[in-house]
Design a protein around this ligand. Sequence first.
Ligand SMILES: Cc1cc2nc3c(=O)[nH]c(=O)nc-3n(C[C@H](O)[C@H](O)[C@H](O)COP(=O)(O)OP(=O)(O)OC[C@H]3O[C@@H](n4cnc5c(N)ncnc54)[C@H](O)[C@@H]3O)c2cc1C
Length: 380
Amino acid sequence: MNSCDVCIRGGGAVGLALALSLARQGLAVGVVGAPAVADAAAVPARPDVRAYALNDRSRRLLTTLKVWDALPPDAVTPVDDMRVHGDAADAAGARGAIAFSAWQQGAEALAWIVDAAALEQALATAARFAPHLAFLDAAPAGVPLTVLAEGKASASREALGVRFERHPYGITALAARLVASQPHQGVARQWFRSPDVLALLPFDRPQPGASYGLVWSLPTAQAEHWLAAEPAAFEQALNEATGGAAGSLTLASERAAWPLMLGRAERLCGDGWALVGDAAHVVHPLAGQGLNLGLADVAALAEVIAQREPWRALGDATLLRRYERQRAGPNAAMALVTDGLHHLFAQDQPVLRELRNRGMTLLDRLAPIKRLLTQQALDR
Ligand SMILES: Cc1cc2nc3c(=O)[nH]c(=O)nc-3n(C[C@H](O)[C@H](O)[C@H](O)COP(=O)(O)OP(=O)(O)OC[C@H]3O[C@@H](n4cnc5c(N)ncnc54)[C@H](O)[C@@H]3O)c2cc1C
């Protein structure tokens, strides 16, 4: 491919989903920055141990792209129930808690937990065989539209001079796969422990019905300590933190760590360029929404492009601003929610602790508000 209609820089999940979406419209798409997994012979040295929680909207997009059904059955686990625990609350030591159930909300599932490495592999395989799509070593000259999907440290975004506001949290997320002594029964669990947040995402790898994806967000010094600790000491800390609610937990993978921040690009587009995914916005993973936001960017940009007037160029700034208008609000709202939750639970004052735990217990009894929250999280 010597030329293309759209050049996408970055072959992560968001870049590849956009490439597939646009190639389906018959546009010639070039992707610069092929993922290692695009080469079937290449085995990534350290496969991503994360398990992503994806919402219904992301699932529908990936189904349209013929990626969802290509995922191995044990790489996708539906979440039937979710239990969110606060930190110790009243004088009796009772914790605030909220429980959500797919059945009560009339939903097929609250979310789907997807193997990050399997998702990238399925996207890369679909991209390798897609017509109108090619992996390129460098961007050809004169491309009408360039989309930056290079993740949070996007160098091309810097080169364009787009300001990216960064607010590091001083928190690092530690991820790993675990095996439990009892079945997960499709229940996701999360503990807001002030200052750390611990999530167990039900999963079927490596052991069907009894595995979890762990995301444990801790102050960076603690995260570094637990990253280097002996497996037995780490498992003991984990079992103390979860209080046996999920059974006895053992490590089933390496541990990996990601420093967390809130990040936002000042603009999502300009003449001939647009930003998608983490190159545009980064949120705390406590609500499992970063990739969901990125895939929502993909759906919005692909739709704006599909519906453009026949005379309008792909890189037309007016056209791209339609995409920006659609996405700016939801991206900012999610940043506000995740950042607000992080700060609410980062405070360790007893009064605040009691208030937030009482709030959780009260919320648990308010069925209409719970329904609203679930609908928002599902993004149906
Ligand atoms: C611990 C943790 C748990 C998470 N859990 C969830 C979850 O449950 N649900 C959810 O929705 N989200 C979750 N997220 C967020 C999710 O991981 C990100 O939002 C998502 O991976 C962003 O995808 P992306 O394609 O935009 O960026 P990236 O995944 O960062 O991909 C960017 C790609 O661009 C490439 N690249 C970089 N620079 C260049 C360049 N100059 N030229 C060419 N290519 C380049 C990179 O190599 C990479 O392949 C989590 C994040 C963390 C840290």
